[in-house]
Design a protein. Structure first.
Length: 267
């Protein structure tokens, strides 16, 4: 069935989805993509060109990862259309690792990290991991891809890599603090929550920063799933899923801080 559906699809530009039927030029008239007819006629997921990091080799890798990150942050619709389910893991892990280094860098530079900060590091790491895995698993279950050719493990991998890309916002935590919510309270402005400072500072600039970066992060995930799925109910359910994953992350972090058997030197 899927083979017949793929054969019935018109040739389409993978960058802007322009219908290339009857085109005599070697370039897409909409975006300028150099037409590869085999790619244009293949199935919807295979015809995606990938981010700049896809296929990058050698010295180009660093710039390709930065270009892919910029695409996600400032052109999330184009990022969602281009991102392939078989994007390289190294690019997503590079961004996640760099984000963690940038998050602790200001504290290392000023010598502010002490033994108690180890507890907070493990707490935040457990919460982040819980948020990433929850979002990836639930969204992969809710959102089938448009062509319905990707199975659940492929969709999970797709969303897991996107979530790792989105960890770039962790680099802002030293300046604004992490956005936290436990269901009915939040330390940023959210319509259905009571404003609460939680642990950490709560000046106006930091409050606005946490709010802006939370909604920026959530918007990137929502745009991605809306572009890559046609199910209306799936798109609607993604909104409480992302908020619920953040609340779940808070409680996992809280239980880690309270129940985890930390060594005596970091208590």
């Amino acid at each position: 069935m899927y083979r017949k559906q793929r054969e019935a699809l018109p040739p389409t530009c993978p960058c802007c989805e322009y219908n290339l039927t009857g085109l005599v030029s070697i370039r897409c008239p909409e975006c300028g993509w150099v037409v590869d007819w085999d790619l244009a006629y293949s199935n919807e997921e295979q015809r995606r060109p990938g981010t700049p990091a896809y296929g990058a080799r050698g010295r180009d890798c660093l710039w390709a990862v930065l270009a892919a990150l910029g695409l996600m942050l400032f052109r999330p619709i184009a990022f969602a259309r281009r991102f392939r389910y078989d994007e390289p893991w190294w690019a997503a892990l590079m961004i996640a690792s760099a984000s963690c280094v940038l998050a602790v860098g200001p504290f290392l530079a000023t010598g502010q990290i002490g033994t108690s900060d180890f507890r907070w590091g493990v707490t935040y790491a457990s919460g982040m991991l819980a948020c990433i895995l929850t979002n990836s698993a639930v969204l992969a279950t809710l959102c089938q891809d448009c062509s319905k050719t990707l199975i659940w493990p492929q969709r999970f991998r797709l969303l897991l890599e996107v979530s790792l890309y989105a960890t770039c916002f962790v680099a802002t935590w030293p300046y604004f603090g992490p956005p936290l919510t436990d269901g009915w309270r939040a330390n940023f402005l959210f319509p259905v929550c009571t404003l609460d400072s939680f642990p950490g500072p709560n000046c106006d600039l930091q409050l606005l920063g946490r709010t802006a970066f939370f909604f920026w992060w959530a918007s990137i995930l929502l745009i991605f799933v809306c572009v890559r799925t046609r199910g209306t109910w799936a798109k609607i359910l993604c909104v409480p899923t992302i908020y619920g994953a953040s609340s779940f992350a808070y409680w996992i972090g809280y239980l880690t801080y309270v129940r985890f058997p930390f060594p005596s030197w970091c208590r």
